[in-house]
Each structure stands twice: as structure tokens, then as C-alpha cells.
Design a protein around this ligand. Structure first.
Ligand SMILES: [Zn+2]
Length: 368
């Protein structure tokens, strides 16, 4: 039987927790990592009804997109639905895990799901993430270069977009002199030693930095491993906010609206006056996306599709782009099924393990 930690590991491979926004509270919110569970229930939100659903179907963990706890709880007395939901989960011994803005911020996450539903192609991140990349450089005797490279790759180094095992190597010569008490791998104490070395460098996501450096050191033969860890100014190619993609053919505005409604089960689309008769390039953001309007305009999108626009924000298009606003829950509704599919891979290692999609309608907004 898997432990909650196995599910966490799988979810963190999908979306590193370090990619969550400052205001967010993703991660394990209730429960102990080593609890064994047989079933996981996936839902967009956690409510008391969802906890009850998990209890009655025997799920030991609820994975939701939205975290039930956002602000720290100073008491647990059941005075509001957040406290009652947490208490119900505790009483039933059910863990709660949220995978929220970190799933928004990976290119294969929420926005990719929305692009697929609409039939948009060639998705790129709308606002690539800053301050996420570093470069690690080390110098290693030629004969050990491959082992060190391999150790760094397997710790997560050298990933760029859809590529992995990216590195650069250059042959050169290093020098060192071993001092008192040193046990040099090669060379004599108190004498300058010249050694043919390979300089290996690779990009590392900052959240993998210590793991990659640990891996590098463990495969490196030297007692003191010379290395540079340099924070990069580059933007992340496959992490950040929102997405932008194109339809193979321009689509008449009316057809676009129909497609949005059917793809997301949206009862209506609130929008500004269409700036063009047809739509081809669409920027989008699952959840509250108005903060990306200027990015969508810069990307040259015909439409910016998102949720939760306020009245005054609809004025900010400058006639350059059409805002299309659909319900928050409708826009993100496909992400629960997507998570169910991703977690189903765990069944390979744990045959009796099951992942279920919640049947509770958690969306508090109704359209009449
Ligand atoms: Zn959301």
C-alpha cells in the first residue's frame, strides 16, 4: 500500500512546490506523510461534502487544486466551513493535499489542459517565471567526468524545456596544492599538482540545486570539490503564469464562444466588444488571470480567456484585445480528471491502489 508520501512525491514531480506563489498554501495541509492509504479522491475544492465522500468511499487522502486553508488557523472550533472541513478530515483520518499555483505555473499544468480542451496548438508560457534557474559548474578529472555528469543529471540537473541531460564540457587543466592533513585523490602534499580536468556546466532549477550539488560531490573523486553555483537572470522556458496558443485556422468569434462554452461546460461568456471578427491567437489563464492582461496584449493575442475579471478591469483592453471571462470553476474543471490520470501511474507500483474523481459539485456559483 502506498503512503501519503508516495502520492506527494508523484505530485511534486508534476509541479515542484517551489513554483507556488507567495500567497499560496499548497502542499500537505492535513495528515501524516507515513500514513498508508489505498484510495485518493481528487477534487477542485475541498468541502465538508467532499470529505464525507472520501470517508464513504474509503479514500485516505483528498488531493485538491484549491487549498482549503489559506490563512493560518488560530483555533479549530467549527465556526466556519474551513474549520469544519479540516475538523471533519481530522476526525475521519483523511489527509488533505493541495496542488495549486505550482500546478498553474508549470507549462504542462492547468493552462496546457485549457489549451487542449480548446484545441489550441503550440502553447507557450505567457509570463515565464523569473528567479528559478541556476548554473552549476565543476571541474573533474577526465576519467570521472561521465560519472559526475550522470550523477548531476539524475539529481535533476540539465533540464531545459522538453530536453534533459543538457550539459557543456570543456577540457582544461586544474592546479591545486594539498595542505596539512589533506588526503588528496592525486598529487603529493605540499606540491602544486597539475591535473587534466573536464569543466562540466549545466542549468539547474533552483529547487534542485542542493540535490544536484550533493549528487555531484558524491560522484566526484576530490576531497574538496571546486564548483560554482551561479544564479541566472534567464527566464524559465516552461514555468510561469498563463499560456498562449493558436488555432490552426482563424475561427469566427461566434464559433469561438460556442467552443469555449462546450469545452468548459460554461453557461456563459462575459466579454468585451470583439476587436476582430475572427480569433486565432488566444492567451489564457486558469483561475484569476487579470494580472496577465498586459502580457496577453504584448503576446499579440486576439483574446484573453480567464476568470474573475472585475468591472473596471474590462476597460483596460485599449481596444487591442478581447477579454473573455468564464467561471473560475468551469475554466479549471478539467484539472481534476487530469490529476486522476497522472496519479493512475502509481498503480504500476501499488496494484490495489485507486484514484477517484470526486462527484461533488463544489462550485458555489450558480447561473440562473
Ligand atoms: Zn483556481
Amino acid at each position: 500500500m502506498p503512503q501519503i508520501q508516495h502520492i506527494i512525491d508523484a505530485l511534486e514531480r508534476i509541479a515542484p512546490p517551489a513554483l507556488q506563489e507567495d500567497y499560496d498554501n499548497s502542499g500537505l495541509l492535513v495528515g501524516e506523510p507515513h500514513t498508508e492509504i489505498q484510495k485518493v479522491l481528487v477534487s477542485l475544492d475541498v468541502t465538508e461534502e467532499v470529505v464525507e465522500e472520501a470517508r464513504s468511499c474509503g479514500a485516505g487522502l483528498i488531493v485538491s487544486h484549491h487549498p482549503i486553508v489559506f490563512k493560518p488557523l488560530s483555533s479549530l472550533t467549527g465556526k466556519n466551513q474551513v474549520e469544519r472541513t479540516v475538523m471533519a478530515a481530522l476526525r475521519a483520518g483523511i489527509g488533505l493535499y493541495a496542488i495549486h499555483t505550482n500546478l498553474d505555473n508549470v507549462a504542462h499544468g492547468v493552462n496546457a489542459m485549457m489549451c487542449r480542451k480548446l484545441g489550441l496548438e503550440g502553447m507557450k508560457v505567457l509570463r515565464p517565471a523569473a528567479n528559478t534557474l541556476a548554473k552549476v559548474v565543476t571541474f573533474v578529472p577526465h576519467g570521472h567526468a561521465e560519472a559526475v555528469r550522470e550523477a548531476m543529471f539524475s539529481a535533476g540537473g540539465g533540464r531545459i524545456g522538453r530536453y534533459d541531460e543538457c550539459s557543456f564540457s570543456l577540457a582544461g587543466e586544474g592546479t591545486f596544492r594539498a595542505g596539512k592533513g589533506a588526503q588528496p585523490y592525486v598529487g603529493q602534499p605540499d606540491e602544486r599538482h597539475h591535473e587534466g580536468e573536464t569543466r562540466i556546466e549545466m542549468v539547474v532549477e533552483r529547487w534542485n540545486l542542493s540535490k544536484v550539488i550533493r549528487g555531484m560531490k558524491s560522484a566526484h573523486p576530490y576531497e574538496e570539490v571546486a564548483h560554482d553555483a551561479v544564479l541566472l537572470d534567464n527566464l524559465h522556458p516552461t514555468a510561469g503564469s498563463g499560456g498562449v496558443g493558436t488555432f490552426a485556422e482563424p475561427m469566427p468569434w461566434g464559433d469561438f464562444v460556442d467552443r469555449v462554452k462546450s469545452a468548459f461546460g460554461a453557461p456563459m461568456v462575459r466579454h468585451t466588444i470583439p476587436t476582430k471578427n475572427t480569433v486565432q491567437k488566444v492567451a489564457l489563464c486558469g483561475g484569476t488571470g487579470s494580472f496577465l492582461l498586459s502580457d496577453a496584449m504584448r503576446a499579440g493575442a486576439d483574446v484573453f480567456l480567464s476568470s474573475d475579471f472585475k468591472y473596471h478591469e474590462f476597460f483596460a483592453t485599449e481596444g487591442q484585445i478581447t477579454i473573455a471571462d468564464i467561471g473560475h470553476a468551469e475554466a479549471e474543471s478539467g484539472i481534476s480528471q487530469w490529476l486522476v490520470d497522472q496519479l493512475a501511474d502509481l498503480k504500476d507500483g501499488f496494484p490495489n491502489f485507486a484514484v477517484l474523481l470526486s462527484e461533488v459539485r463544489t462550485n458555489p456559483i450558480h447561473v440562473s
